[in-house]
Design a protein around this ligand. Structure first.
Ligand SMILES: [Zn+2]
Length: 202
């Protein structure tokens, strides 16, 4: 494999396929260049951040910091939306929709149903896709770009008692009317965008 000096790998930051704008934004995300000091393949210090991926100038190893997929649920019951108050970082104490990350080999719909079973003790059967929005998610000092896919489901008021939130996932379950959503308390910008999109449809 072609060997490149580390300086060339780092120069990719200004010439990556995504262009300089992406590279500049990526460096602002807690500077991913600081994550790896040694190449995970050959152990040399020849690894460099290109603005999109790491490349080892010694052995040619490349590792992409890819976007992770996540799914969220807008659950409507009589004009109110279900929110969970986050028990964990990031954004602990803020309001979030039920949902979570998609596992390898898993469809987004199945991921959302799995997450709902874990978080609510119940899973919606009829999911309708709404829209997707990019998001940033920081976990243990590493900032990830995510693609958050939002789905809609309805719940009859008589079935609300079937929900049994997991206290490890959230400190509480709150039904909030769509007309009085406390926007600053929403944990993630992608959730705000999805809710605004949903409000245009109802
Ligand atoms: Zn290497």
């Amino acid at each position: 494999m072609k060997k490149e000096p580390i300086s060339e790998a780092r120069n990719l930051q200004n010439g990556s396929p995504a262009g300089p704008k992406f590279a500049r934004e990526a460096v602002e995300l807690g500077d991913p260049r600081e994550l790896f000091r040694f190449c995970p393949s050959c152990g040399s210090t020849g690894i460099g951040w290109s603005g999109r991926f790491w490349r080892c100038g010694t052995c040619g190893f490349e590792y992409f910091h890819n976007v992770a997929a996540a799914a969220g649920l807008i659950l409507n019951s009589g004009g109110s939306c279900l929110f969970l108050r986050r028990a964990k970082e990031p954004r602990r104490g803020c309001l979030a929709l039920p949902g979570g990350f998609v596992d390898p080999g898993e469809a987004a719909e199945r991921a959302l149903q799995r997450e709902c079973r874990e978080e609510l003790g119940w899973a919606p059967e009829n999911l309708r896709f709404l829209a997707s929005y990019p998001n940033r998610y920081t976990f243990k000092g590493v900032e990830y770009w995510t693609c958050d896919l939002f789905f809609i489901a309805d719940l009859n008021k008589k079935d609300i008692d079937r929900l049994a939130p997991d206290p490890e996932e959230s400190t509480g379950m709150e039904w909030i009317e769509f007309s009085s959503i406390p926007w600053p308390s929403i944990a993630f910008e992608s959730t705000r965008q999805a809710l605004r999109q949903y409000l245009l449809r109802i």
